[in-house]
Design a protein around this ligand. Structure first.
Ligand code: NAG
Length: 312
């Protein structure tokens, strides 16, 4: 028997060697990840080494996602330091299968993004993504494609789920996730011009951008116009009260955290009531048009109407 031992050892060694698969191997073996693989292996091997030694869930942008991203950036002004933050934002420390992320209501999942430039939540806490197969509010009546909602409302669909590596799973996504930005910057990116004017004119920019764990309900420009609200026709006090009535601080109000029928205290003091009905999220009686836009300091829900503060 003993003469067989060295042979057995070699067999076992080569077997365990063959089984070792890191994120690097997934990237190299998956045809639709060739662009990401090329960028990392040829331009940023240091990030690939780090990525390959981590565990968790990695959202890997497909070739289409990479080419759209590359053409959206200006190579002359693009800061390569951002790549590190982008990788961190695409990596969840926890292991989530596509099925885990496709539950009714959706899932708020912590990422590895902790750079204070993109995160102002509880001290030391990373920012999050919202994953849902039931729409941006997680309330659709039927299951649809699994999407990952990130900064500025970017929604990336999972196009190839559950590629297993030794430390977790890789899901191929069809868009690069957007890093969470300040409220002001998010409003600019989503063309919420009138909401931005409100913030500027009331001097509440510091509250809006600087308050950790803020939930904002931001009416669209169409909503302001339909409500006939003219900033120049109301007093600064009224404008301030109106804006404060659209903001909540405290636990971040991702749709998963907001309960149907429950009241939430706004910065004005008066509460708003959340409703979840007919597959939609409502604030008082105003429908949310785009839910779970992840921001640096919390979340924004875009409203199809304007909330009327009581007594104004
Ligand atoms: C990635 O990690 C795996 C498993 O830990 C290892 O076997 C492999 O050699 C690594 N690949 C690279 C390119 O570093």
């Amino acid at each position: 028997m003993t003469f067989l031992l060295p042979y057995l050892c070699i067999l076992l060694l080569s077997a365990s060697h063959a089984l070792a698969i890191g994120i690097a191997e997934i990237l190299a073996q998956t045809p639709e990840l060739s662009a990401l693989n090329t960028v990392l292996t040829s331009e940023h091997p240091e990030f690939l080494v780090t990525l390959n030694s981590t565990t968790g869930t990695f959202f890997a942008p497909s070739d289409d996602a990479m080419s759209a991203f590359m053409s959206s950036i200006d190579p002359d002004t693009f800061n390569p330091d951002v790549i590190k933050d982008l990788i961190a934002y695409h990596l969840l420390p926890g292991t989530f299968t596509a099925k885990d992320l496709s539950v009714v209501g959706g899932v708020v999942a912590e990422t590895s993004l902790t750079n204070a430039e993109y995160v102002n939540l509880d001290p030391g806490k990373p920012n999050v993504v919202f994953a849902s197969a039931y729409g941006a509010a997680g309330l659709d009546s039927v299951e649809g494609p699994l999407k990952v909602y990130s900064g500025a409302g970017e929604a990336a669909a999972v196009t190839k789920p559950d590629l297993a590596y030794d430390g977790g799973l890789v899901h191929v996504v069809d868009h690069v996730l957007n890093l969470p930005q300040s409220g002001t910057k998010t409003a600019e990116l989503l063309s919420l011009k009138i909401a931005s004017e409100f913030v500027q004119q009331t001097g509440l920019t510091e509250t809006f951008d600087g308050t950790a764990k803020l939930t904002s309900f931001a009416p669209s420009d169409e909503a302001f116009k339909a409500a006939g609200i003219d900033l120049s026709a109301i007093t600064p006090e009224q404008a301030t009260a109106a804006l404060q009535y659209h903001l909540i601080s405290g636990d971040v109000g991702y749709s998963t955290v907001l309960d149907d029928g429950k009241e939430y205290q706004t910065l004005l003091g008066a509460p708003v009531t959340i409703h979840k009905k007919d597959g939609q999220l409502f604030v008082n009686d105003v429908p949310v048009q785009q839910a779970n836009v992840i921001t640096k300091n919390g979340v924004a829900h875009i409203l199809a109407g304007v909330l009327a503060p009581p007594g104004l």
